[in-house]
Design a protein around this ligand. Sequence first.
Ligand SMILES: [Zn+2]
Ligand SMILES: [Zn+2]
Length: 254
Amino acid sequence: MFLLERTYDVDELTRHNVHTHSVFSKCAKPEMTLDAMIRAAEDFGLRTLAVTDHSDPRDDIDTYGNYLLLKERLAAIDTPVRVLLGAELSAYGIGKYAEPYAVDKALDFASYSHIHYHLDTWDQPADRSPRGYAEHNLAVLNALFDTDRADHITHPFSPCKMPFFDEAQKAQTLSCLTDNELGDILEKGERSGVSWEIHTPTFFRFPAFSRRFFFLGKEVGAHFAVGTDAHTLDALSTQGLAERLRTVLYGTVV
Ligand SMILES: [Zn+2]
Ligand SMILES: [Zn+2]
């Protein structure tokens, strides 16, 4: 289900941050309490804050229990920010999901990762070449879009979690995807009701692919949403990102 309007205006896109981690993610800083995150979001002028804590395959995290705790806390907080309580869920193989369907559906925001290949609980493709990983990414997303589990795809196609590849091989996992393959999967995602993340760390690291991804998405009418992958309060801010995204997308500040 789409939780944000369709837009390709980077000023509008950067008024929302849909990828953030609270203290329920082990990698987040202790300052990332829900209260502090919401106050920071207000200070930074965000209209939407989605909290997306990790939910890894075979972990010891109680995703639904944490959601209920955050929900209870949120009820006591008065804020103009639209707060979505979700999770960074795991499509860790073709048709493999870490949480029961009912949990995905109970969350405000089911954000799905399909690229956490650095985890030893994640399926690896039989073909371990960059093209093998690209095809695996497509197959996992295709299977996911045959369900209605996902509201959002976080860091789509990002090779950042492939520690076994050097920088050139990482870039190759992206450049080997054809426009047709990308257009088709973007279209299928749109029909399935998912938005695609403009994951700013990946966008700035792989600008050529990000440009292609964004404009193909625009061509097929895909929904996008910005996420900074914040693990600290400062990283919740999207200030300055519109200019940097304009440079990536249009090569100049317009
Ligand atoms: Zn992630
Ligand atoms: Zn994350």
